[in-house]
Design a protein around this ligand. Structure first.
Ligand code: NAG
Ligand code: NAG
Ligand code: NAG
Ligand code: NAG
Length: 308
């Protein structure tokens, strides 16, 4: 027996069993191992801030022993990660993440995904575009599934960046240089210019099947076991809050809103959401609080069950 294998047997049994599973990866998961979790942070945040994503990661690890939690870092440093949440083309970010996930051996039997704020719609794009490895449950916290029409507040230190972003959005959110480089423009949804949004939005209009139906988006999203959308009842950062449950402003004004069920997206079932709803795959949760504000107890009671 080769020394490596012998050492492996004696000292690294658990490591070896992981590798053995790796060699025979297929669609049936090893149910004795917890399903890993992938986290995507929001605007102005990073993978590893101990007060945000770092805290969530720890909480999940504490609640589910032995779980593997990957908090995505977009870029090589925390600063790059934060900057990219404003300035890196979202389609490129999604492609980068798909590549990270496809190479991570620990995820190949499937994973659950939690997206915070814009990370929610970005992970939905991952589900729609990159079916392998398989996403099992998708949970979005204050995600803007129908985009935003306003940027009323910005997280902490990044408020000067936000002022600049607002200026750019006003200048022309749908002009191609701004679309290519400004993350928030890529999910900017102007209800006064639905046509322009439909034609020019390089990210959101694409994943929401506004220009046509990509059957694989639909097929892939429908593979989810559960799609859980958390809305924050007193959210002051997302305009309109309805977007967190796939609602939005009715065309031509910015006051009255429609719900997912009233939308063309649902009624024509362009994305498979209606079919998912019929088989109870959609969950609509409400958290009482401002954007991304919830207690540890709330998380443990309402979210952890989807991760087990
Ligand atoms: C998948 O893996 C399980 C457990 O290792 C095994 O029993 C099963 O035969 C495999 N299925 C396929 C199609 O390879
Ligand atoms: C599943 O994982 C456990 C714990 O790592 C391991 O003991 C067991 O052999 C694995 N089962 C299969 C079928 O791979
Ligand atoms: C549909 O989406 C897949 C996955 O992103 C992509 O490879 C394909 O080109 C798209 N098809 C069309 C017609 O846009
Ligand atoms: C959007 O595209 C359609 C089809 O190409 C075109 O008829 C329409 O004029 C465009 N509208 C705007 C506002 O760009």
């Amino acid at each position: 027996m080769a020394p490596l294998a012998a050492g492996c047997l004696l000292l690294l049994f658990s490591f070896c069993s992981v590798r053995r599973t790796a060699a025979s990866w297929n669609t049936s998961r090893n149910l004795t191992e917890p399903t890993p979790v992938v986290i995507w942070h929001g605007m102005g945040d990073s993978c590893c801030n101990p007060l945000s994503m770092g805290f969530i990661k720890k909480l999940v690890e504490q609640e589910i022993p032995r779980i593997y939690v990957l908090s995505l870092e977009i870029g090589n440093t925390i600063t790059e990660d934060m900057e990219n949440s404003f300035f890196m083309n979202v389609n490129d970010q999604v492609a980068l993440v798909c590549n990270i996930l496809s190479k991570d051996k620990k995820l190949q039997d499937g994973y659950n995904a939690m997206g915070f704020s814009q990370g929610g719609q970005f992970l939905r794009a991952v589900a729609q575009r990159c079916p392998s490895p398989a996403m099992v449950n998708l949970i979005t916290f204050g995600g803007q599934h129908q985009g935003v029409y306003g940027l009323p507040h910005c997280p902490g230190v990044s408020s000067h960046i936000c002022n600049w972003i607002r200026k750019m959005l006003n200048l022309g959110a749908y002009s191609s240089p701004i679309q290519e480089h400004l993350v928030q423009a890529e999910y900017w949804h102007d209800p006064l210019n639905e046509d322009l949004y439909r034609n020019k939005s390089i990210f959101l209009a694409d994943i929401n099947q506004e220009r046509g139906i990509n059957e694989s988006y639909k097929e892939n999203l429908m593979k989810l076991k559960k799609f859980v959308m958390v809305k924050f009842s007193s959210d002051t950062m997302v305009d309109p809050v309805d977007s967190e449950w796939f609602g939005f402003y009715k065309a031509g004004q910015a006051k009255e809103t429609y719900t997912l069920k009233e939308s063309v997206l649902y009624q024509e079932d362009r994305l498979g959401l209606k079919a998912m709803d019929k088989v109870k795959k959609l969950e609509f949760l409400t958290a009482n609080g401002d954007h991304l504000q919830f207690s540890e107890e709330w998380f443990i009671k309402n979210i952890v069950p989807y991760l087990k």
